[in-house]
Design a protein around this ligand. Structure first.
Ligand code: AMP
Length: 192
């Protein structure tokens, strides 16, 4: 099972991806977590991308795609993945699809977690303790989402393997709704 989770910062992608990973026995691959790990460990990649991540700007496509290639291939071989945070733009979706398709590891379903802007801001401000995000960085992350990722939702709109779940519900309810919606998709008809 190869899934993609799309949502604004604060929409609960990480939480829901972890739950799906445990429930479905597939790997959770988070582009943001992997990038932050490089920054923390001060790898050469980490030094190149630190300012993008710190400011909430998108890291160049090639860097993210090179970083994800190995883990995605390994996870696909081992039973599947839930990809959290990639693709984040139409360009990334278009650039990665041919390679993924040729290798038979392309995504089979995309879940969009919809949460209203006001609630996103509330969540992001309340989880800020312990992270370096300033109000300006939060504002920029939401701006980048609107400018770059909302067009990706429009690009995927109408495909039968993409659906939106109300991400403002309690986390258990969000999880159960995602699972129920996945079970209805033809690609997963055999799965229960
Ligand atoms: P996230 O935890 O998914 O919000 O990602 C944290 C940060 O990592 C983002 O603000 C970007 O700087 C970077 N990032 C994560 N995924 C991508 C991606 N697919 N393309 C470009 N930058 C990304």
């Amino acid at each position: 099972m190869r899934l993609l989770l799309i949502g604004a910062p604060g929409a609960g992608k990480g939480t829901q991806a972890e739950r799906l990973s445990a429930r479905l026995g597939i790997a959770h691959i988070s582009s943001g977590d992997l990038l932050r790990q490089h920054v923390r460990e001060r790898t050469s990649l980490g030094q190149t991308i630190k300012s993008y991540v710190d400011n909430g700007d998108l890291v160049p496509d090639g860097v993210v795609m090179d970083m994800l290639r190995k883990p995605v291939l390994a996870a696909a071989k081992a039973g599947g993945y839930v990809l959290d945070g990639f693709p984040r733009t139409v360009e990334q979706a278009k650039a990665s699809f041919p390679t993924a398709h040729a290798l038979g590891v392309e995504v089979q379903a995309a879940v969009h977690l919809g949460v209203a802007r006001q609630e996103l801001v509330r969540r992001l401000l309340s989880r800020r303790r312990g992270s370096d995000d300033t109000a300006a960085v939060i504002e920029n992350r939401l701006h980048v989402y609107r400018e770059k990722t909302v067009p990706l939702l429009e690009y995927y709109a109408g495909r039968e393997w993409m659906f939106t779940v109300d991400g403002a519900q309690p986390r258990d309810a969000v999880h159960e709704e995602i699972v129920a919606r996945l079970q209805k998709l033809t690609v997963f008809a055999a799965w229960s």
